[in-house]
Design a protein around this ligand. Structure first.
Ligand SMILES: [Zn+2]
Length: 130
């Protein structure tokens, strides 16, 4: 009976080792698949997702504030889905950024039209259209 218990203990230990669950190692829960992984892990062995240094979710490159700001500066309101699909931004942030970007777009359109009208006025005074 004691030998049988010893065998079970060995099998359980081998099984635990093959699962990557060494005793004494601190474990954490993967935020993606909820499997237990090593505390130092930067990539989940179960689902393959990458984790950041603090054990949280490492943001995708297009979810970093840096990428979002660049995208908004380059294409304006077309980049707003990046803000709305970003899981790290609160709803207040999303609404504030959207209002700001839309207001800035309207302002820039207004300035562009005003400059165009002014340019046409000056060309007419110079007699370009005569
Ligand atoms: Zn995982």
């Amino acid at each position: 009976m004691r030998e049988w218990q010893g065998l079970v203990a060995v099998v359980l230990r081998v099984n635990a080792a093959s699962m990557g669950c060494q005793e004494g190692k601190r474990m954490k829960k993967c935020p993606f698949c909820a499997e237990k992984i090593k505390d130092e892990a930067v990539k989940c062995r179960c689902c393959g997702e990458r984790l950041d240094e603090t054990g949280g979710i490492k943001p995708k490159w297009y979810h970093t504030t840096y990428a979002v700001v660049i995208a908004l500066a380059c294409v304006g309101p077309i980049a707003l889905p990046l803000v709305w699909l970003n899981p790290r931004y609160k709803i207040v942030t999303k609404v504030a950024v959207t209002v700001l970007v839309v207001a800035l777009t309207i302002l820039l359109c207004y300035v562009t039209v005003a400059l165009y009208v002014e340019l046409m006025e000056q060309m007419r005074e110079l007699g370009v259209f005569d």
